[in-house]
Each structure stands twice: as structure tokens, then as C-alpha cells.
Design a protein around this ligand. Structure first.
Ligand code: NAP
Ligand code: MG
Length: 528
């Protein structure tokens, strides 16, 4: 099946999902919404367009089955995840085809950032959830607790909501469900309206791998309709998407006093020092600027190059960018840069390029989209002579563009990199590792590379989250699973006396004793 043909249909009652995909038919699809292949503009499947009541029903179902799922224990849950890992590796092509059909991305983009990630994530959380959520016996220093045992444990919150964007239908949606499930929760996942098929396919696969009914439910529909309905039902909300919607999610979660984790937009900077390996820097800037058609939260969105090597760097990037293919993603090796996933991205990308052009930037590659091409396409575009008066340097473009700015020195590069409301990812290129690390530590971002870019996202063992307007909390690392739990501290007093000296009545003796204890424990070494 090619990417243009209809995606395999899963009748609703076959999928452990409240929404289900059904094959394209000529008749109108009442209560359903078409899924478009962005590379062709063709409708390839239909899925349920659910209303708020579906979230309430799904929540009741999810809560009913959660205790049994939790009772399975880590080993029982890990068995399901390990089977899912096998399913992903055995069905990699089907998964890629589904992802490509609803996103328009290149097959290689889907393989590297989604299927490889999926295989790693199912295995990682299956293998490490138990350790990361292990009970800890805590050594306590307070004199009030001498002789008592203190234990901290992590209990699943119960029902987790995951609201996902369209740019990585697996990695930024289903991927966040895996640690939530391994922690013992039930999950309601709302994929982006434009890209529901990958989530439906995976929900079916998980069911085939032994996931009990109702533990992992996919709700397809519009965020503006379903989003609040999900937040209002769950015990914790994990959101990935735009900063604008993220603020709304945070406010709504605040009203309900439930925890939220927000992975939001970015405007990631890429600094090229005069002593960098320019060939590698040019390859990395171009690849991670155009990867996934530039629609990655941790995409290279702006490049700063020290003046002495600016011309040489620009020449290298321009030559490589002009050689990129921007063709139909029909299979491995069929294109370098795929389509834009949603139509609305075209206007944003075009506006940023035209704003730069009007303000004096040079468009040295791309920049002239074909208005008659079916689907949503914008050619890989490189802009030079840009500055911070242009939207391409200050607002998230989320498209196949690479604006390159000349800076006088490293200090200016750092100042410019930090001149942004966002703080997600950054890259520094220099042959001097000590200098590179010093620069990296001065960048206000949650993930910074020296002589690399973007790939740090794959460090699933380390936390990845945005600073400033790029988010709240993190995915991956210990925090990436503990956020789906409530911590509970147990204080266990086995040995005790009937009446401790600090309790009523206050005679003054308890006060003196506490003063003595305070001096004894904390008063030493503070004479000067
Ligand atoms: P979006 O418009 O914010 O949508 C994200 C999700 O929120 C979708 O499922 C959407 O549903 C839903 N939604 C929309 N309005 C809502 C509302 N009022 N209440 C609740 N949910 C609502 O983002 P996007 O355009 O899909 O994704 C692109 C953005 O995501 C970029 O800014 C990108 O940087 C960011 N992103 C960040 C990360 C990260 O890890 N930091 C990763 C990937 C993407 P509909 O699809 O139905 O509109
Ligand atoms: Mg880009």
C-alpha cells in the first residue's frame, strides 16, 4: 500500500478506542471527520468526531479498570509493553506508512523520530519503571523523627489525560502514554484532530498485546470541544502543543488543582563559532532545520554565525539546501523533505519568509512555493542577512526554513540566543569543548548540545523540558514517570513513649528542651 492509498481501516468496535477509523465511502460520514494525506490533499480515512460526553463515558470506563491494571504490578504491565515493543519492530513499515499517510513526512523522518523512538520507549519504561518508582527508605535528620522509619512511595494518580500535537503522532502523543501506563494509570489520549490514525493503530496493537480493555483509550475529535472535557475528568494532564493552547491547559488544570506537564513551542538557536568544524555544522544545521519539514518542537529555527566564517558557512548550507528534494514521500529514499502536515502552517511559513524578504533578507534557496501543487507544500528555504526585526528570528516558524544571521562574536550570539520568550533546545558548534560547554551552560534552554543538535531528545534517561514559555515540567528521566504519580510519605513509629516532652501542657520544660536540642543539632560551627 502506498502512502496515497487509504490507510488500513479499523472499525470502531475492533479498536480499544472510543474513536475508530473506517474506510472512505462516497456517502457523507455523519459524526465523523475525514483524515487528509497532506502530501496529496486526498481524504484517506474517516474517524469519529467525538463530543464532550465521550470523555465522561471513557473516564468512567478507565477508572473502573485502573485498579486491576495497577494490581498487575510492574512485571505484569511490562509484559504488555515488551510485546508492544516487538510489535513495533515487526510492523515498522506499517507504522511508518500510517504516520507518513497522515503527516506527509519523509519515510526516514518517521523511521528515525517515531518508530525507533517507539521501540526504545516501550522497552525503556518496561525495564526501568519499577526502579524509577521504587519505594525509598529516607534518612531523616530532624530530631523530632529520631528512631522512626520514613518511606516515600509513588502511587499512580489514577486517570491520566494526554493531549497531543500533529507533528509526531507517535512520539509526542502515544509516547507520553507509555510511562503513564507503566506507572499503573489508565489513560485517555486525544491525538491531534489531523493525525488520529497512528494512535488508533497503536491502541489496536496494544490490545492485541494483552492490554486490558479500557486502560488505554483514544478519543478522536477537536481540541476545542474535547480538550476541556478531558481535563475536567482526569487526575493529571500531559499536554504537548503550542504555547497559546498550553497556557489555556495550565489555567484549566489550575482551576481543577490537578498537576499538568506542558511541552510547548520553541525557537531553537544554533551557534556556529569561528573555530567550528564548518562542514559538520552546515550538515547539522540544514538537517535539523529541515528534518520533519521543520515541524519539530526542537527544530533548528535560527542560526548565528561568527563573522569570520559567515560567508563560508552560508555557501556550504546554500549549496546543500538547493540539492534537497521536496517530493512525494512514496517510500524510503523518495524525498528528503516532505510536505507540511497541516494547511495552516503554509500561511505562517510564507508570512515569515515574506516578512524577511520585505525587510531586506536574501532568500538563497527555496522561498517560492508552487500555488498549484496539490497538498500542503513549502520548499526548503534558506534566508541570510536576517536580524531580530524579522518574525523568522523571533516567532516559531515550524516549517522548512533556516534563517542565518551574522554576529560579531560569541557574546552577541549568546545574547541573541537568549533574546527569546522560548527556551527549548539549542546547539553550539566549536572545536574547543571547554568553551562549547561554557557557552552551552549560558543558554536559557532545557536541552543544549555541543557539536550536535536535536538528537539529545533521544536521551530518554534524561529529563527533557522547556524553560520560559517552552513549557512546564519535563518528559523522560525519573521526572518523566514520577509526574504520573502522587508521592506518599509514610512515617512509621514502632518504638515510642506514652507522652513526649514537647506536647501539652506547656510548662516551659518542653521549650527549654527544644531550645537545647536546637542548639545541639544546629548551633555548632556557627560561633562567628
Ligand atoms: P496545538 O494547536 O496547541 O494543538 C495541540 C493539541 O491541543 C491538539 O490535540 C489540539 O486539538 C488540542 N487543542 C487545541 N485547542 C485546544 C483547547 N482549547 N483545549 C484543549 N486542547 C486543545 O499544537 P499543534 O499545532 O498541534 O502542534 C504544534 C505546536 O506544538 C508547536 O508549537 C510545537 O512547538 C509544539 N510542540 C512541542 C513539543 C515539545 O515537546 N515541547 C513537541 C511537539 C510539538 P486539535 O488538533 O483538534 O486542534
Ligand atoms: Mg525550521
Amino acid at each position: 500500500m502506498s502512502a496515497q492509498e487509504p490507510v488500513s481501516a479499523h472499525p470502531s468496535d475492533d479498536v480499544d478506542a472510543t474513536g475508530g477509523a473506517t474506510a472512505v465511502a462516497d456517502d457523507p460520514h455523519a459524526g465523523q471527520k475525514g483524515v487528509v494525506d497532506p502530501a496529496t490533499g486526498q481524504t484517506i480515512a474517516w474517524v469519529d468526531d467525538l463530543g464532550p460526553e465521550a470523555a465522561a463515558t471513557a473516564a468512567v470506563r478507565g477508572r473502573a479498570v485502573q485498579p486491576a491494571w495497577e494490581a498487575l504490578g510492574f512485571a505484569g504491565r511490562a509484559r504488555v509493553m515488551k510485546r508492544a515493543q516487538k510489535w513495533v519492530t515487526a510492523n515498522a513499515d506499517e507504522l511508518v506508512r500510517t504516520i507518513v499517510s497522515e503527516t506527509g513526512k519523509a519515510w526516514e523522518d518517521a523511521m528515525m523520530a517515531e518508530v525507533l523512538y517507539a521501540a526504545a520507549a516501550f522497552g525503556h519504561w518496561a525495564d526501568h519503571a519499577e526502579d524509577l518508582l521504587a519505594e525509598e527508605k529516607i534518612k531523616i535528620s530532624s530530631p523530632l523523627l529520631k528512631g522512626k522509619k520514613v518511606i516515600t512511595r509513588y502511587a499512580p494518580v489514577g486517570l491520566v489525560g494526554v493531549i497531543a500535537p500533529w507533528n509526531y503522532p507517535f512520539t509526542n502523543g502515544f509516547g507520553d502514554c507509555i510511562p503513564a501506563l507503566m506507572a499503573g494509570n489508565s489513560v485517555l489520549l486525544k491525538p491531534a484532530e489531523k493525525t488520529p490514525l497512528t494512535s488508533l493503530l497503536l491502541a489496536k496493537a496494544l490490545k492485541d498485546c494483552g492490554m486490558p480493555d479500557g486502560v488505554m483509550q483514544v478519543l478522536t475529535g477537536k481540541g476545542s470541544v474535547l480538550g476541556d472535557a478531558i481535563i475536567d475528568q482526569v487526575d493529571m494532564i500531559m499536554f504537548t502543543g503550542s504555547t497559546e493552547v498550553g497556557r489555556h491547559i495550565g489555567a484549566r488544570a489550575g482551576e481543577r488543582l490537578i498537576p499538568c506537564s506542558l511541552e510547548l513551542g520553541g525557537k531553537d538557536a544554533f551557534i556556529v563559532c569561528a573555530d567550528a568544524d564548518l562542514e559538520r555544522a552546515a550538515n547539522q544545521a540544514l538537517f535539523y532545520g529541515m528534518f520533519n519539514t521543520g515541524q519539530t518542537c526542537v527544530s533548528v529555527e535560527r542560526v548565528y554565525v561568527e563573522a569570520p566564517v559567515y560567508d563560508e558557512f552560508v555557501a556550504k548550507v546554500t549549496k546543500k539546501a538547493r540539492a534537497l528534494r521536496n517530493d512525494q514521500p512514496t517510500g524510503p529514499g523518495s524525498t528528503d523533505v516532505g510536505a507540511l502536515t497541516v494547511e495552516s502552517q503554509f500561511g505562517i511559513v510564507n508570512d515569515h519568509v515574506e516578512d524577511a524578504r520585505t525587510k531586506g533578507a536574501q532568500i538563497v534557496a527555496g522561498g517560492d512555493p508552487d500555488p498549484d501543487r496539490p497538498g500542503y507544500w513549502y520548499p526548503p528555504t534558506v534566508m541570510t542577512g536576517v536580524d531580530h526585526s524579522m518574525t523568522c528570528m523571533t516567532e516559531e516558524t515550524f516549517g522548512p526554513t533556516l534563517p542565518i544571521m551574522k554576529v560579531a562574536d560569541v557574546e552577541e550570539a549568546i545574547r541573541m540566543a537568549n533574546d527569546s520568550p522560548y527556551g527549548l533546545m539549542a546547539s553550539v558548534f566549536t572545536k574547543d569543548m571547554a568553551k562549547g560547554e561554557q557557552i552551552a551552560r549560558r543558554i536559557e534552554a532545557g536541552l543544549v548540545h555541543v557539536n550536535d543538535s536535536l538528537v539529545g531528545y533521544a536521551a530518554i534517561e534524561a529529563p527533557m523540558g522547556g524553560w520560559k514559555d517552552s513549557g512546564l515540567g519535563a518528559r523522560h528521566g525519573a521526572v518523566g514517570i514520577r509526574k504520573y504519580t502522587n508521592s506518599q510519605t509514610l512515617v512509621l513509629s514502632r518504638w515510642h513513649i506514652k507522652k513526649e516532652p514537647q506536647v501539652y501542657p506547656y510548662t516551659g520544660r518542653g521549650f527549654k528542651l527544644l531550645r537545647g536540642v536546637t542548639r545541639f543539632f544546629y548551633g555548632r560551627g556557627t560561633r562567628d
